[in-house]
Structures are given as C-alpha cells and as structure tokens.
Design a protein around this ligand. Structure first.
Ligand code: ATP
Ligand code: MG
Length: 317
C-alpha cells in the first residue's frame, strides 16, 4: 500500500448513549485514490465523515488523517467537505457561496476571485455564477456544493452523496471531476449508494453495514475474485439435469445456466454433462461480479433504514 491519507482504527460512535452508529471500525485510504464508502441507509457513512471532519465527536477513535491525529483542527485547512444534503442560503449567488467558504478557510479575496473563476469553470457554472441560488436547479446547487468543497485546494476531499439530485449528465460531470482530482494526486473520499456510478470511478471501496465494515479492498480485485460462467444453450434443458446443476451450484435464467467458478476448467465437467444429454451449447462467457452483486452479497437483507433504531426526538450530536 502507498502513502496513506487516512489510517483510522477502533472508531466508535454511540449517539446520545443509545444508538451505536459505528461499532469500532478500521479503515485505510491511500493518497491519490478515489475511495468509495458504500452502505445502505443508516449504515453510518455520514457519521464517519462527520467524525473525520470534526463536526461530531467520536465515542472512540484512533489514527490519523494526513499524518495528524483525528480532531487536529489545523488539518481541516487541508481538507474539503461537501456535506450530505448541503444547503446554502438561497439569496447568495454561486460566487458568494464560494467567497463565504474561502473566507472560512482564510483565503484572501484576490486569491479567492481567481480560484472561484477556475472552480466555476470546473463545475460548469460560469454562466450562472452571479445568479442567486434560489434560481438554481437541485443539480446546479450540488455543483456549487462540490465547488465550495474545493475552494481551499484540498489534499483530501470528502463528498457525502455528491450526485444526490443530479441528472445523468451532471453525474458524469461530477465523476469526471473526481477523476481529475485523482489526476492531481488528491484523495477523494466519496459516500454513496449509487453503485453503478461508484463502479466507474472508485479505486478502492469499503462496504459498511450496521456500523461495521463488511468488506474492503481494491474494487477490481474484489469484483474479479468472484466470477461466474454463463453457459448459453439452445432449446430446453432435459428435466434430469437438475442434480448436476445443483452439484455445480448453478442458477438458471432463460436460455442460460450460470455456474460460479473462477477458472474455465472448473466448468468443463458441467459442459460435458450438458453435452452428454444432447444440450446444444451456443455460448460461454466468463463474467466478474458487478459492484451491485458484490454489495448485495455482503449486505444481504439489510433493507433501507435497517440501521440501528432511530431515537425518538433525534438530537444533533
Ligand atoms: N444525531 C443523531 N442522533 C442519533 N442518532 C443518529 C444521529 N445521526 C445519525 N444517527 C443514527 O446513526 C445511524 C447512522 O446514520 P448515518 O447518517 O451515519 O448513516 P448513513 O450511512 O449516512 O445513511 P444514509 O445513506 O441514509 O445517508 C442511523 O441509525 C441514524 O439514525
Ligand atoms: Mg449519509
């Protein structure tokens, strides 16, 4: 593993002494990579990001971000953050939102003017930058949210559901932006449950469920580790094929027998059995799991909202 932007362990958060949102998780994120934290609603994704950005206090947390202990306030000047459901005063223009964010980071007005022009261009909002936010669509507000997260030229940027409410073209733009940030050797930490999107961009992922990390690692390795062979056949399968399909843990789709296996040679006995029964095989394809399949395999029956029970009269920590 290369140099780490984030190296944390035993992170625990119990809200109001009742809801255990994080159950002692450990996580490493390499510098210059796009890291995706995935998980169903209520898994604890935003809680973790809020701890790292010092918005809430952990019950327990060990480790470092950019070489400094978690909670080290000056390090916040080196990170960017787009909160989940970010709202900015809608009487401000896009530029004013950036000026406000720059002011909080202690950036001079002259430097801010230059930076905000660059960022507006980057998020495709140049033509709208002087109009008030109340005239923006949801996706345009989100673009401004991404821009303000980059105002201080951060080394690591946390994007909590950055494509929330953004249309497909806007989502692609945000994805390209993340690629660009990676190209500039920044670290991008993105929370999302839009798996198809993350699959296109993330180098590494961790799957969080009910406050615990269920799986983590390089995305290609994780999805490539579990492959299946899709055997296409013509006509009908003879009824007495069931036992052999069961032996090979196959599932069926119309015109397809799908066998989990890593190597082609593992499915040869199955092909022989099919052929010996006169089945005409018209295709064989090896396929890696998609991120969605991996996710559902890990998270299983966790349905939206299946995290720890919410408190009555939830309080802000
Ligand atoms: N301020 C709070 N007080 C009490 N419980 C909270 C608070 N904030 C979050 N929780 C609970 O902590 C758990 C984790 O919530 P969190 O917002 O971190 O999940 P998430 O993975 O970001 O979910 P989503 O995908 O819906 O954004 C949930 O059960 C939630 O109800
Ligand atoms: Mg969240």
């Amino acid at each position: 593993m290369g140099e780490l932007a984030l190296d944390i362990s035993k992170v625990r958060k119990v809200y109001s002494g009742k809801v255990e949102a994080l159950r002692g998780i450990s996580l490493q994120v390499e510098k210059g990579r796009v890291f995706g934290l995935l998980g169903p609603n209520g898994a604890g994704k935003s809680t973790l990001v809020k701890i790292l950005t010092t918005i809430i206090r952990p019950t327990h947390c060990e480790g470092e971000m950019l070489g400094k202990p978690i909670g080290h306030k000056p390090t916040l000047g080196r990170i960017g953050y787009l909160p989940e459901h970010a709202r900015f005063p809608d009487y401000l223009s896009g530029v004013q939102v950036l000026e406000f964010a720059a002011g909080l980071c202690g950036i001079s007005p002259r430097k801010c003017a230059q930076r905000s022009a660059e960022l507006m261009e980057l998020v495709g909002m140049t033509d709208w930058q002087h109009k008030p936010l109340k005239t923006y669509s949801k996706g345009m507000k989100q673009r401004i949210g991404v821009a303000q997260a980059l105002v201080n030229d951060p080394e690591i940027v946390f994007l909590d559901e950055p494509t929330d409410g953004v249309d497909p073209a806007g989502r692609r733009d945000i994805r390209l932006l993340m690629e660009r940030l990676r190209g500039e050797n920044r670290t991008v930490f993105v929370n999302s449950h839009l798996l198809g999107e993350l699959e296109l961009i993330c180098d590494d992922v961790a799957i969080l469920s009910q406050g615990a990390i269920k799986m983590e690692g390089n995305l290609k390795e994780l999805t490539g580790k579990q492959t299946e062979f899709r055997i296409k056949y013509e006509g009908e399968l003879p009824a007495d094929m069931e036992p052999i399909l069961k032996t090979h843990r196959c599932r069926r789709e119309p015109g397809l027998v799908i066998a989990p296996a890593l190597l082609a040679k593992e499915v040869m006995p199955l092909l022989d059995a099919l052929r010996s029964k006169g089945v005409v095989i018209s295709g064989l394809e090896r396929r890696s799991l998609t991120l969605e399949e991996l996710f559902l395999g890990v998270v299983g029956d966790d349905r939206p909202g299946a995290g720890p029970p919410p408190l009555k009269g939830r309080s802000k920590a």
